[in-house]
Ligand binder design. Structure first.
Ligand code: ADP
Ligand code: MG
Length: 705
């Protein structure tokens, strides 16, 4: 038996959380900090000094020697620069451990090497990090020792945000302001703050580290660039929710323990559809904390895998032919006094506030489908979306039977007078209880599904930060709320105005609702008839960031300036071109140095054996060997030709202007040439002696973890 974990004892033990602050801060200081956290006031330096000192003492007791401003640049991963607490040695050569309020609130990493999309020339490298005190500090333990991590926002000398946290916090502010207006209009005078709640479900693969190290493609790009399908894939559905194997179980246990210590409420774990694929879901939290926790989760997933002799793959499509990984972004709007604005209640047709919120979200999603799509775009996700394993690249909303019916009533008669009841599920077995059914079944194929009291945005890629989708969601819904509140605040007859707005929005935006099979070809055609955008690739999605519509939206709610949006588009184009360039170069490297030599060896062996057989027995039938030699040699020629083409197209990319032009070239030309190289190689893998093949097969990787 493995050692038992006392969850309540370890949960949050590495977090400078509310309990610790209450214990360690003078009452007055605690109160002031709490006010800053809860109400968003400014933190005074004298208070910061006291907090910093308490934080340092706490961290040092935990063994910390360093601190870092932990931030989220546009690379999508977290960044940190560690400083030790030591002061300059005094006359007797001794050092003190110091950490001031100033160091807590503000940091100044050299920012020149982070992508900024032209916002900041490298000679103006100044960038600042600023403490996000709404996300608690924590200590991280790794080979570098123990480090106090302070979640921070990152912006340039001139104030532009260079990260994902700053716009996220701004979008939360916008949603708070506009949602409160709606609540007040409905007579709510008690809620003080509204925040988006987010629960990201994280999918991942685990592979054996020894095998991983033999796959240069996994090492350089996070996904396999070659690989023939094994005899068995995921067709038996025997992995999904299957019993968890010992090695994986030990990993999950260790992972949960690490996450719980960091205050991440890891809750659900199970095997996913593809062999070697798994999922972890936390309990939802306030959006910015959920984003920080998801970043931490990804980092810890990788680290713990190493300890278990495995590697955690977060890429969206590590293996062709079996499902890739995504992240379901569960999202709702919650008040500080516990009201979920997305809770329909038992009779949604009577719940006018809910219907207004729902139709506002319809309007937001329909109007800004292109932005939502963009927020889930990354090079890996291009392999998943629309490939019958993930939602199509078309944004639509799923409401289910109950709300779908309410909506139909609204559109057809202008009023909704009934709600379909949930009903009981009779199990038909006397010893099993009957239970209440949900009023709505699930639809796994919808990119944006209502699931009881939240929306689930299912397009996000597994390796991506969930900051971007939530920035978009918060802002587009804030915009819809704002327009509605503008109208309602002026209305003479409030009830009537609410009624009219709900009807109008439901009618105008009904095209965004689709309850059928999102994976079907009919839907692609139907969506086109409805005029819904079908944006198939990341490169095609990026222009959504800089349309007039997007600029108006984000500038109005002070989330992004035009310059910031343009910079983000640039960063995205660059990220795409770079990712594909690395993939293409890795393919060239592997084909030249590993595959072609191995195939030459195989053909040489074949010819030697043909000669040997002939010498031993002149009239032996060598047709099989000859046939194989012919086939293998023909594929070798195809491989060499395709390699030459790919090399040339990669070289040609240098002549394309950086940004959109180069990204488009990689998408249209290089990607196709990569596929052309892969095809003969995958066929060769099926012909060549396994002992000669230079890397572990798909079967070795996903069935023998
Ligand atoms: P499902 O099985 O429908 O996907 P789960 O209960 O497993 O639902 O929840 C999936 C994720 O959604 C979890 O991270 C959960 O904490 C989160 N979640 C549940 N309710 C809400 C809510 N009201 N707002 C945001 N996230 C939520
Ligand atoms: Mg789910």
């Amino acid at each position: 038996m493995s050692e038992a974990i006392n969850v309540s004892e370890i949960f949050g033990e590495d977090v400078f959380n509310d309990t610790v602050m209450k214990e360690r801060l003078p009452k007055q200081v605690y109160k002031e900090l709490r006010r800053v956290i809860d109400e968003g006031a400014e933190l005074r330096l004298v208070v910061a000094d006291v907090v910093a000192n308490a934080m340092k003492d706490w961290a040092i007791e935990k063994g910390a020697t360093h601190y870092t401003h932990w931030f989220q640049p546009l690379t999508g991963v977290t960044a940190e620069k560690h400083d030790s607490f030591i002061s300059a040695p005094n006359d007797s050569g001794r050092v003190l451990m110091e950490f001031s309020g100033k160091e807590l609130i503000k940091g100044e990493p050299d920012a020149s090497s982070f992508p900024s999309g032209g916002l900041r020339a490298t000679f103006e490298a100044r960038g600042y990090t600023a403490w996000d005190c709404t996300s608690p500090a924590f200590v991280k333990r790794d080979a570098a020792g123990v480090t106090l991590c302070i979640p921070t926002a990152f912006c340039s000398y001139t104030g532009e945000s260079l990260d994902k946290k700053t716009p996220l916090l701004k979008s939360m502010e916008a949603l708070n302001t506009q949602a409160l207006r709606i609540l007040r209009l409905f007579g709510n005078t008690t809620s003080k703050r509204v925040t988006p709640s987010v629960g990201p479900e994280q999918e991942y693969f685990l592979v054996d580290r020894e095998k991983y190290l033999k796959r240069k493609d996994l090492i350089f790009t996070g996904r396999t660039l070659f690989g023939a399908m094994p005899p068995k894939g995921q067709e038996l559905d025997d992995h999904y929710f299957g019993s968890i194997r010992e090695r994986i179980g030990a990993y999950m246990k260790d992972l949960n323990k690490e996450l719980w210590k960091l205050g991440v409420s890891a809750k659900t774990q199970h095997n996913e559809v593809a062999p070697a694929q798994h999922e972890l879901a936390p309990i939802y939290a306030q959006a910015n904390i959920a984003v920080d926790h998801n970043q931490l989760t990804m980092e810890i997933m990788k680290r713990v895998a190493g300890r278990h002799g495995m590697v955690c793959l977060l890429h969206e499509k590590p293996f062709a032919g079996v499902n890739g990984s995504g992240k379901h972004n569960n999202w709702s709007i919650t008040t500080d006094d516990g009201i979920n604005m997305l809770d329909p209640g038992k009779t949604p047709h009577e719940n006018k506030q809910f219907l207004l919120v729902l139709t506002a979200i319809m309007k937001a999603v329909d109007t800004h489908a292109d932005l939502l799509r963009e927020s889930a775009a990354n090079p890996g996700n291009d392999h998943r979306l629309g490939a019958n394993e993930a939602p199509p690249a078309i944004i639509s909303m799923f409401f289910g039977d109950q709300l779908g019916d309410v909506l139909r009533q609204l559109v057809s008669t202008g009023d909704a007078t009934s709600s379909i009841k949930a009903g009981q599920l009779k199990t038909g077995v006397s010893t099993l209880p009957d239970f209440n059914k949900d009023a709505t079944d699930r639809n796994r194929t919808s990119p944006f599904a209502f699931t009881g009291n939240k929306f689930e945005f299912r397009m996000v890629g597994s390796s991506d930060s969930v900051a971007s989708p939530n920035i978009v969601l918060n802002t587009i819904v804030a915009e819809a709320f704002c327009e509605i509140a503008d109208e309602l605040e002026k209305a003479e007859d409030f009830e009537l105005a609410v009624h009219d707005i709900i009807k109008k929005l439901a009618t105008e935006h009904q095209r965004i609702v689709f309850n059928g099979n999102g994976y079907s070809d009919e839907w692609v055609e139907e969506a086109e008839r409805r005029g819904l955008p079908n944006i198939k690739t990341m490169v095609d999605a990026i222009p959504a960031l800089t349309t007039d519509k997007a600029i108006r939206l984000f500038e109005k709610f002070h989330v992004f300036t035009k310059a910031e949006l343009e910079s983000r588009a640039e960063v995205q184009y660059e990220a795409y071109a770079k990712a594909l360039n690395i993939e293409a170069k890795a393919m060239i490297d592997i084909a030249s140095k590993q595959i072609i030599p191995a195939v030459i060896k195989a053909t040489t062996q074949l010819s030697t054996s043909i000669n040997a057989v002939k010498t031993a027995c002149e009239d032996a039938d060598i047709s099989v060997q000859s046939e194989m030699l012919k086939e293998t040699s023909a594929l070798l020629v195809k491989t060499k030709d395709a390699l030459k083409v790919l090399k040339a197209s990669v070289a040609e990319s240098e002549n394309k202007a950086e940004g959109k032009e180069r990204a488009t070239y990689f998408k249209d030309v290089v990607k196709a040439d990569m596929q052309k190289l892969r095809m003969p190689v995958d066929e060769l893998e099926m012909l060549v002696d396994k002992d000669l093949w230079p890397m572990p097969s798909y079967g070795d990787l996903i069935f023998e973890v």
